[in-house]
Write a protein that binds this ligand. Structure first.
Ligand code: NAP
Length: 238
């Protein structure tokens, strides 16, 4: 990846799983708001294609290989950003797998549950840890964990066990990080995009609307909330 020499100091946002779905649209919206966006993609070629589609100038959306399950890939991404951009101001933990509508907690394949936890919880956690040194140096740092109403313990009634438990755990991580990073001025929130028409959420609302729910939490002012769970800018029950 060639980094454009713009000689400016735009804020940098990292979006995991940015090659398609909500992540790609969040990348587009953040670029529109003036961010330099690092578009993380497991498959670099797909990431490059998405970046070209979102930003024909190739100045503002930069693809980076990123598999959040792979510690070496996450470390390499953080080093690459440190070396080439020198800053990270926002992290959107968007990458996730396996909306397991065919499964139930009473009979779930625990290997499958473990894979969901690996990506949806530990992948996000690992990416936060890798980028924290840069985020802590940002004047307006933001972490957005893309969660789901499926992770709301208050609303669980059974079904989608791996996905729901992984998102509930991501919500718990959001609370812990928000508390621990308050002193560093990092606003950390969980956001549900709502049922959105992607490969994962076929038939839902337009991708732009789901993504806007997420982008909102990146664009918060310094007096914005931290440690909350939101959809479309409004609180969702934990
Ligand atoms: P999607 O269309 O299935 O896209 C998922 C993205 O995550 C893809 O870019 C995928 O990359 C990436 N990904 C998966 N595993 C990864 C890994 N190990 N490392 C890096 N990237 C990985 O899903 P979506 O609907 O856009 O969902 C985005 C977020 O919104 C997720 O957190 C999801 O749980 C949440 N959400 C969605 C809905 C909905 O209705 N769509 C509702 C509530 C919450 P590949 O292309 O390489 O597979």
């Amino acid at each position: 990846m060639t980094v454009p020499d713009r000689g400016d100091s735009r804020s940098v946002a990292v979006v995991t799983g940015g090659n398609r779905g909500i992540g790609a649209e969040v990348a587009r919206q953040l670029a529109e708001h003036g961010y330099t966006v690092v578009l993380g993609s497991r498959d670099l070629a797909q990431g490059e294609q998405a970046a070209a589609r979102l930003d024909a100038s190739r100045q503002q959306v930069l693809a980076c290989q990123l598999d959040v399950d792979d510690p070496a890939s996450v470390t390499a991404m953080a080093s690459w950003i440190g070396r080439n951009l020198g800053r990270a101001d926002a992290l959107v933990n968007n990458a996730a797998i396996d909306y397991d509508t065919d499964a139930y907690a009473v009979s779930a394949d625990l290997g499958r549950v473990q894979r969901a936890l690996d990506t949806n919880l530990l992948g996000a956690w690992r990416t936060v840890q890798a980028l924290l040194p840069l985020l802590r140096r940002s004047p307006h740092p933001r972490i957005v964990n893309v969660s789901s109403g499926g992770g709301s313990i208050a609303r669980m009634t059974g079904g989608t066990p791996g996905y729901s438990v992984s998102k509930a755990a991501l919500n718990a991580l959001t609370r812990l990080l928000a508390g621990e990073l308050r002193g560093d001025r990092v606003l950390v929130n969980a956001v549900c995009p709502g049922w959105t028409d992607t490969d994962m959420g076929q038939g839902g609302r337009p991708v732009a609307a789901g993504a806007a729910s997420v982008t909102w939490a990146v664009l918060l002012g310094d007096d914005g909330p931290t440690g909350g769970f939101f959809r479309d800018g409004k609180p969702v029950p934990w």
